[in-house]
Design a protein around this ligand. Structure first.
Ligand code: UDX
Ligand code: UDX
Ligand code: ADP
Length: 490
């Protein structure tokens, strides 16, 4: 019978490691969870009430385990002492970043495993007792063999390491909800007595709050692939809908109506069918390219092309959106003022990784526009860093980009307003302030007064809705010309 785990160490205090550890600690008061990271600033921030990442309800969960009241003993710790935490732990969660490789073989496609490798080397060097090592970060298939190989080469003889795959499916902005109520928990292990025992130990930690029927123990390699497959299929739905949105615009159809009708088919279902200016985030693009790269290494070029076409449509959607703006604004953006509302890759997060806004803003600047960005949560520096990093005309960016603390300032004298993130604040479909929405706290409870925007803008007043958050009719009554994704003019 497996022993109940008492000490968990999570390496990597990022979007995955932080929230996952916080929920695990909150739900297992008898288990101590230490989150380590070599980034000192990040660790210090996790100890304060200004957490390094923004997630609704996350602070409550962290505080519950980190600085509990009444009889509870703190069981969630944050530390830069990576070695110390590894040495003490029974179970180690690997939650380090695995971005797309930026150089060398497989650059731009394969996953960069150097952070994972260095964390595993550290485990090998430090460990003096048996450990269960859990792949939490999304990894390429067969990464477990890499982990095993490094441990075999670096660890003291006689120690036993079991490697499990336990991919995380949380989405940003809803991380706490996803962690508390997961659709499923996957635990992949080797089909050996030790492997199965390790899987049971990890399952016991989750069983404190997740129904056993949702905890699925499977083959290690199925589990690794299932994570990539889930993200590829989700992104595929969005690219399929976005491809249809291009047809809708020419046909005079409405993509929101098409998606709604299609989603009523129970075999398809309604979620992840919202047309947009393109998906972003740290996972979809990276994971599809990783999957395609793996397919290619397995000599399956047709399979690789299939997956890559999903990313291809996503790039096309961003370009198409920019072209539409140029065309509506009389085929020139030279010296025009464009207000960009929203820069995060989705609402309720301050994350900008792979956001479509990076491409669109750069395209607009390259067309000669002055771009004025506002986002409720993204910090000004992040906007600058992202746009500059992907521009080959940095001086032009410096002259033509500006970031504003409110939507009204961004919209002053603008020729057009361009919505790139579906923040509730921008929508005129949601009722006024003071209602129960605004999961993101006060910052996101504001509602844009579109009549005030109308008073600020140049004429004609164009609104390009890259997220279909607007009900066009009332805005058109105010004199706006509303251009939405996938809505044709008959
Ligand atoms: C399909 C649609 O389901 C139906 O809604 C539409 O009106 C007509 O087209 P049909 O072609 O009769 O219906 O059968 P369906 O069950 O959808 O299967 C189509 C093909 O896909 C079959 O060859 C089936 O074997 C195959 N299939 C289906 C798979 O290979 N995998 C699956 O998971 C499901
Ligand atoms: C995704 C997966 O959902 C999650 O399970 C996985 O663990 C990590 O990757 P995330 O990237 O945080 O999560 O957010 P998600 O809500 O999936 O959105 C990804 C992108 O797709 C966003 O840019 C979003 O705006 C866009 N999107 C989403 C659409 O354009 N249309 C949709 O219908 C849904
Ligand atoms: P994710 O979205 O996958 O959680 P993040 O980039 O948000 O990725 O977080 C990963 C964290 O892992 C970063 O804070 C980084 O500093 C940390 N990290 C990477 N490699 C190591 C390592 N070898 N030891 C400790 N921490 C690491």
């Amino acid at each position: 019978t497996p022993q109940r785990m008492k000490k968990v160490c999570c390496i990597g205090a990022g979007y995955v490691g932080g929230p996952t550890s916080a929920v695990m600690a909150t739900k297992n008061p008898d288990v101590s969870v230490t989150v380590v990271d070599y980034n000192k600033d990040r660790i210090e921030a996790w100890k304060t009430n200004e957490l390094p990442i923004y997630e609704p309800d996350l602070l409550d969960v962290v505080q519950h385990a980190r600085d509990p009241v009444a009889k509870r003993i703190p069981n969630l710790f944050f530390s830069t002492d990576v070695e110390g935490a590894i040495a003490e732990a029974d179970i180690i969660l690997l939650s380090v970043n695995t971005p797309t490789k930026s150089m060398g073989h497989g650059a731009g496609q394969a996953s960069e495993l150097c952070h994972l490798e260095s964390a595993v080397r550290r485990i090998g060097e430090v460990a003096t007792s048996d450990k269960i090592i859990v792949e939490k970060s999304t990894v390429p298939c067969k990464a477990a063999e890499t982990v095993r190989d490094i441990l075999n080469a670096t660890a003291k003889p006689g120690l036993n390491f079991e490697i499990l795959s336990n991919p995380e499916f949380l989405a940003e902005g809803t991380a706490v909800r996803n962690l508390l109520h997961p659709d499923r928990i996957l635990i992949g292990s080797l089909n050996t007595p030790r492997g199965l025992a390790a899987a049971r130990s990890l399952a016991d930690l989750y069983a404190s709050w997740v129904d056993r029927s949702r905890i699925i123990t499977i083959n290690l390699y199925s589990s690794e692939l299932a994570k990539l497959a889930a993200n590829a299929l989700l992104a595929q739905r969005i690219s399929s809908v976005n491809a249809l949105s291009a047809m809708c615009e020419s046909l005079g159809a409405d993509i929101d109506e098409v998606s709604h009708c299609v989603g009523l088919d129970q075999r398809i279902g309604p979620k992840m069918l919202k047309a947009s200016v393109g998906f972003g985030g740290s996972c979809f693009r990276k994971d599809i390219l990783s999957l395609a790269y793996i397919a290619e290494s397995l000599h399956l070029p047709q399979v690789a092309d299939y997956w890559r076409s999903i990313v291809g449509i996503n790039e096309y959607q961003k370009e198409r959106f920019t072209r539409r703006i140029v065309k509506c604004l009389y085929s020139s953006l030279s010296s025009k003022r464009l207000a960009v509302l929203g820069f995060a890759y989705k609402k309720d997060t301050g994350d900008t990784r792979e956001t479509s806004a990076i491409t669109v803003v750069n395209n607009l600047i390259n067309e000669g526009a002055n771009v004025r960005v506002y986002d409720p949560l993204v910090e000004e520096d992040r906007v600058w860093e992202e746009v500059l990093a992907s521009s080959d005309r940095r001086e032009t960016v410096k002259q033509r980009l500006s970031v504003w603390p409110s939507a009204y300032e961004a919209c002053a004298d603008a020729d057009a307003v361009i919505i790139l993130t579906e923040w509730d604040e921008f929508s005129n479909k949601i009722s006024g302030p003071g209602d129960a929405r605004g999961r993101g706290g006060d910052r996101t409870k504001r509602v844009l007064d579109w009549s005030r925007v109308a008073g600020l803008m140049q004429k004609p007043m164009y609104v390009f809705d890259g997220r279909n958050v607007l009900d066009a009719a009332p805005l058109e009554k105010m004199g706006f010309r509303v251009e939405s994704i996938g809505k044709g003019v008959v």
